[in-house]
Write a protein that binds this ligand. Structure first.
Ligand SMILES: Cc1cc2nc3c(=O)[nH]c(=O)nc-3n(C[C@H](O)[C@H](O)[C@H](O)COP(=O)(O)O)c2cc1C
Length: 201
């Protein structure tokens, strides 16, 4: 085994090693709206579900040249966001929206993506996204000792493409075709799905 401590690595190499260790990561493609009404869309793979009831998701935003990213500014200003899920057909457009576009740039336009209105929050969703979660910010938590900020939000509405919701209430992952982030510029698609029943104790 190779044994490494973070202080043996540059901050960049520690980030790269962690990012290629914690894999595969789901991608939140987050749409927000600014206090000035500007619309923003950007991907975040430090993303997960963190509570079932009320359904709660979180994502972690780092800084750009010591300044808050647009998504954090907007979430702080308006308290709302939409998590759009990314399938294989949307991968390239998702990547386009991750550019360091100036504040106020509408990444829906950059990537030529149609918007669809949300029902309970202001930010629009990505019309072609297979699933979109409308969410209200519940907490904004600085990650101590790091440049990151966690945004937690309660999901207030799901938008689910017709063919994806199975009669048993679960999303059909074989039809969803989600993409996931690996280390560096690498991504993954979903391979074999298998089932296991938890032990009854
Ligand atoms: C797949 C993918 C995942 C990303 N994950 C994160 C992340 O978890 N946190 C983060 O701060 N930036 C992440 N980024 C970079 C942001 O998307 C990028 O900085 C973007 O410009 C932020 O946009 P904003 O300033 O409009 O909020 C990721 C980029 C890609 C392509």
């Amino acid at each position: 085994m190779i044994s490494i401590t973070p202080n043996q690595l540059s901050p960049r190499d520690a980030y790269r090693l962690l990012n290629s260790t914690v894999v595969p990561r789901p991608i939140a493609w987050v749409s927000t709206i600014g206090a000035d009404g500007s619309i923003n869309l950007a991907p975040f793979s430090f993303f997960n579900a963190v509570s079932g009831n009320p359904p709660t998701v979180m994502f972690s935003i780092s800084q750009r040249a010591g300044k808050p990213k647009d998504t954090l500014r907007n979430a702080q200003a308006t308290g709302e966001f939409v998590v759009n899920l990314v399938d294989e057909s949307l991968a390239a457009k998702m990547n386009q929206t991750s550019g360091d576009w100036a504040y106020g740039t509408n990444e829906f336009e950059i990537a030529q993506l149609e918007t669809a209105p949300s029902l309970d929050v202001q930010p629009p969703r990505v019309a072609r996204a297979p699933i979109a979660l409308e969410a209200r910010v519940s907490q904004i938590v600085p990650v101590l000792g790091t440049p990151n900020t966690l945004i937690l939000g309660h999901v207030v509405r799901w938008h689910i493409r017709d063919d994806l919701l199975r009669p048993n209430g679960l999303i059909d992952a074989t039809r969803l075709h989600p993409i996931a982030r690996l280390g560096g510029d690498e991504y993954a698609t979903l391979a074999a799905i298998f089932e296991m029943t938890r032990p009854t104790v």
